[in-house]
Design a protein around this ligand. Structure first.
Ligand SMILES: Cc1ncc(C[n+]2csc(CCOP(=O)(O)OP(=O)(O)O)c2C)c(N)n1
Ligand SMILES: [Mg+2]
Length: 358
């Protein structure tokens, strides 16, 4: 049931911030193993994130955008998608990428400035993270058009931030998706900030979900810190889209618990009190509380999970640091099928210079 997006408090929720159930759970959430697998993925994402920041701070990774506090959204999206769906997201969707099968090595390579990190073994049709805001929305809709023209039953999934909803590219993509009734799901990962611009100054629209209304399809809000609610909402939306229901939008309400990127210092523009209030809605703690209270999640299991996650992340980091850097001329190798003549000259000049230095 799609709730009205006109009311800011209309978001759906199953488990509140204290781990209490507020309405009967969907069937998948009755299963301990499923919940544990969602929790496991959230913890792994958080470990991956912490290591990325440590690598950046010690000069071994480029600028990195943390997903701290937003793990439930990405894990739920990745869990609800099928392998043949097509994902296009921003730079902050590490959780989705991990769920889709992109390796941690590939992801560290990407954030270390190595284009081989974009050449995933799986999922082959997914787009690389979009650094320009909103420019991937038309691409995602293009993929949805291809799906429709081929008569396939998969879906295109496009994730962007609250700030991106103010971009023309996003509105244009949503508009044509509505006109052509394309199989595309738009997810607004609303973390309340676009660098230093708060949600209140981003848009006078009461909700971001209601922007879908102008494009002729439904939008709804979900508690983005409740992994059960996000998984349920995204799963239902994808089912409707796959059975020909046309586009849909989900606004996931969450919070960016840390700086915008490692190049930012959020303490210069936002109140520490606000941040500490949102820490009380931490999505990882919430599902752990529920698992502990209802499914007997033990401290032994917790310790083992943390140790396993850290081990996987450390192994990926070791592999990343041991990877031979690409040759400088590789900068030209990933954009064109056939290199234009002037670039070919520059490429040759780099090789020539490198050989002389060598
Ligand atoms: C086209 C474009 N304009 C501006 C920027 C600079 N920029 C980087 S992140 C960002 C804010 C994006 O906010 P939001 O969409 O809410 O995503 P979030 O970073 O919060 O996940 C901006 C303006 C950019 N990357 N691309
Ligand atoms: Mg944002």
């Amino acid at each position: 049931m799609v709730k009205s997006p006109k009311d800011r408090d209309s978001f759906s929720q199953f488990i509140d911030k204290d781990g209490n159930v507020v309405q009967p759970l969907p069937a998948f959430a009755e299963d301990r193993e499923t919940l544990v697998s969602l929790y496991r993925a959230m913890v792994l994402t958080r470990s991956f994130d912490a290591k990325a920041i440590a690598l950046q701070r010690t000069g071994r990774l480029g600028t990195y955008p943390s997903s701290l506090g937003q793990e439930a959204v990405g894990v739920a999206i990745g869990h609800a998608m099928r392998p043949d769906d097509i994902f296009a997201g921003t730079y902050r969707e590490h959780a989705v990428q991990l769920m889709r099968g992109v390796s941690m090595l590939e992801m560290y390579l990407f954030w270390g400035g190595d284009e081989r990190g974009n050449n995933y073994a799986v999922p082959i049709k997914d787009f690389p993270p979009s650094i320009p805001i909103g420019s991937h929305a038309p691409h995602s809709v293009g993929a949805a058009l291809a799906i429709k023209l081929r008569g396939e039953k998969n879906a295109s999934v496009c994730v962007f931030g609250d700030g991106a909803t103010s971009k023309g590219d996003v509105y244009e993509a949503m508009n044509i998706a509505g006109v052509w009734q394309l199989p595309v799901l738009f997810v607004v990962n609303n973390n309340q900030w676009a660098i230093s611009v708060p949600r209140s100054q981003q848009s006078a629209s009461l909700t971001l979900a209601q922007k879908a209304t102008a494009c002729g399809f439904d939008g709804e809000q979900v508690d983005g810190n409740d992994v059960v609610a996000v998984r349920h909402t995204i799963g239902c939306a994808l089912d409707r889209i796959r059975s020909g229901g046309g586009p849909h939008l989900v606004e996931a309400l969450t919070y960016r618990l840390t700086d915008h990127t490692t190049a930012d210092d959020a303490s210069r523009y936002r109140d520490e009190k606000e941040v500490s209030t949102y820490w009380k809605s931490d999505p990882v703690v919430r599902i752990r509380k529920y698992l502990t209270a209802i499914h007997g999640w033990s401290s032994d299991e917790e310790e083992k999970l943390l140790a396993d996650s850290n081990k996987k992340v450390e192994a990926a980091a070791v592999e990343y640091l041991a990877t031979e850097p690409q040759a400088p001329e590789s900068i030209f190798d990933y954009l064109y099928q056939e290199l234009p003549a002037d670039f070919a000259e520059q490429r040759a000049a780099i090789i020539e210079k490198g050989n002389k230095i060598g």
